[in-house]
Design a protein around this ligand. Structure first.
Ligand code: SF4
Length: 543
């Protein structure tokens, strides 16, 4: 696969990051409310939208796995409280991004947006949701989209928070995106040469403006045009005055599920989409099906219109890491419940890498199903040897010291009563940089474990992801620079075993007729699309 460096064209003039005067800033009429949400014209680019003042600090906690990407929600449901339902859906997708969140709604004539930095529960309160629902007004919103973000392109700054705004001759739109465009710089240069201006440093604005300025009489035709030009991962929801558009790129890296909201209380049934089916469950929607790769759904008062686009050389490659770690275990993707898929990974791992041990423990929470599967297959007792503090998350600021040992200590507490004198199999989902595995193994030993055998229910991660998962650079990946034995020594384990790629794909169980349907590039370097030569999530900010 050819590699793309992205530097061949002249960069567009840099836009002020406070966005003053930037055309991509959200017009003030879209900003609702009083107090901290009210903004003047001079502020609107900085706000983009509804955000001033009390910005939370940057997170100091470093997670042990790859950082998640983003979560998207979309609803078309006249008569339903669409903003509140979107809030519930975003809350269910909080694991996919903890840096910022936003909801945009339409009442058929006006688009309204609220977004800012922070967790979903910090960004929205009762007053904000009430304003988004236009409570007390005659025209209530019927359509909504929502987004929760981890920044894989652009920094975690206010203008980059989604949904983003664009205007066009077809009308105005707001868009929230999961994934990464690998040719965003090239696309932005091309649009800038046509006179399109940018107010943010995110590839999502590039995607929104690519669609806004595309040829076509319908939104579906414009999205199809974007499919032809954009490369990379882009599953998104888009709000227009009268429709909600949901789409997955033709490779379908990132998942999306379609659901039905039940009729009742004098209202007809509605439609909802979300990155994961677990969010549909939380919203009270019934899962209907996955949105297909290359499918554009336009949902309006007439119903659901599906437009399918297939491009030569681009076939489905759903991210296999969604099954390993990214998505919730109670989500169904491609007809497979992830909890079951992870148990199958654990069983396969036990067959490939048995251990002479007394018990099996997970690194909670993500490795729990795989550890149960491993224990079942190995005929060993399953125990909880590490108790997780569920309130240590991305926004946790360490008050005392920033060492990784301290971070691990604050996240996990070992149970000496379970571990003392035991030969322990510790199952984890992945080792990315290897920086938190060693302190975790050491913690087990201090709690009395006689032996620690580390088992990983994914293959060695040797290549960076460019499709919306922040794995860091190749030089930061421990498996790219160390042998298996060197990693074992470095993490202080008595033995170390990774699940094979064949074993992982068998456990996921979606390969049909020998046809490969998953991206496995971070394990084998076989990227399904052209990728840049190196990871630089701030490339658009350097313009
Ligand atoms: S490179 Fe890895 S994390 Fe990225 S899309 Fe492919 S399988 Fe998923």
């Amino acid at each position: 696969m050819a590699r793309w460096s992205g530097g061949a064209r002249r960069q567009p003039p840099r836009r002020a990051q406070d966005g003053r005067g930037g055309c991509g800033a959200v017009p003030a009429r879209y900003l609702r409310g009083a107090g901290p949400q009210r903004v003047g014209l001079a502020e609107r680019g900085r706000v983009a939208a509804g955000i001033i003042g009390d910005v939370p600090q940057q997170p100091a906690y470093e997670p042990h796995g790859p950082r998640e990407e983003c979560g998207v929600v979309g609803i078309h449901a006249p008569g339903f409280p669409v903003a509140r339902l979107t809030y519930v859906g975003l809350h269910a997708l909080q694991h996919r991004g903890q840096e910022s969140a936003g909801i945009a709604v339409s009442d058929g004539a006006r688009l309204t947006l609220h977004k800012r930095l922070g967790l979903v529960s910090q960004v929205f309160d009762e007053e904000t949701l009430s304003r988004l629902e236009h409570e007390g007004e005659s025209e209530r919103p019927q359509i909504a989209i929502g987004h929760t973000r981890y920044s894989t392109t652009g920094s975690n700054s206010l203008p980059n928070v989604q949904p983003v705004y664009a205007s066009s001759d077809l009308g105005e739109l707001m868009l929230g995106h999961n994934g990464n465009l690998t040719n965003a710089t090239w696309l932005r240069d091309g649009l800038a040469e046509q006179g399109v201006e940018f107010a943010t440093a995110s590839d999502t604005e590039v995607l929104a403006k690519l669609i806004a300025h595309a040829p076509g009489r319908t939104w579906a035709q414009r999205v199809e045009h974007a499919f032809h030009r954009a490369v990379g991962a882009f599953t998104f929801t888009m709000l227009t005055e009268r429709a909600m558009v949901a789409a997955r790129d033709p490779v379908g890296f990132r998942p999306m599920a379609l659901g039905r909201l039940p009729a009742g209380d004098g209202r007809a049934a509605g439609w909802a989409v979300a990155s994961e089916s677990a969010a549909l469950d939380a919203m009270g929607a019934t899962f209907v099906r996955d949105v297909e790769p290359g499918e554009v759904l336009t949902i309006d008062d007439e119903g659901v219109h599906s437009h399918r686009v297939s491009l030569p050389g681009r076939s489905e490659r759903l991210c296999v890491f969604e099954f390993v770690y990214l998505a919730r275990p109670d989500s169904v993707i491609g007809g497979r419940l992830l909890y079951e898929a992870r148990m199958a990974m654990g069983r396969q791992l036990a067959r490939e890498h048995p251990a002479d041990a007394d018990l099996v423990i997970p690194v909670p929470d993500s490795a729990i199903p795989a550890a149960i599967g491993y224990a079942e297959e190995a005929g060993l007792p399953y125990r909880e040897g590490l108790i997780k503090n569920r309130y240590v998350g991305r926004t946790f600021i360490q008050p005392l010291q920033r060492s990784r040992e301290a971070a691990v200590q604050m996240k996990y507490n070992p149970l000496p009563e379970v571990l003392a004198g035991k030969r322990v199999v510790m199952v984890d989902d992945s080792i990315v940089r290897g920086t938190t595995t060693a302190p975790t193994v050491e913690m087990l030993r201090r709690a009395g474990a006689r032996e620690v055998h580390v088992r990983i229910h994914s293959p060695q991660m040797k290549f960076p992801c460019y499709m919306g998962v922040d794995t860091g650079r190749r030089s930061e990946l421990i498996a790219a620079t160390h042998s298996l034995e060197e990693i074992r020594v470095r993490i202080g384990a008595d033995s170390l075993g990774y699940l094979s790629q064949e074993g992982l794909l068998a456990a996921v169980g979606r390969e049909e007729d020998g046809e490969r349907r998953h991206c496995t590039a971070c394990f084998d370097g076989r990227y399904p699309v052209d990728v840049p030569l190196d990871v630089d999530k701030f490339a658009l900010e350097r313009g």
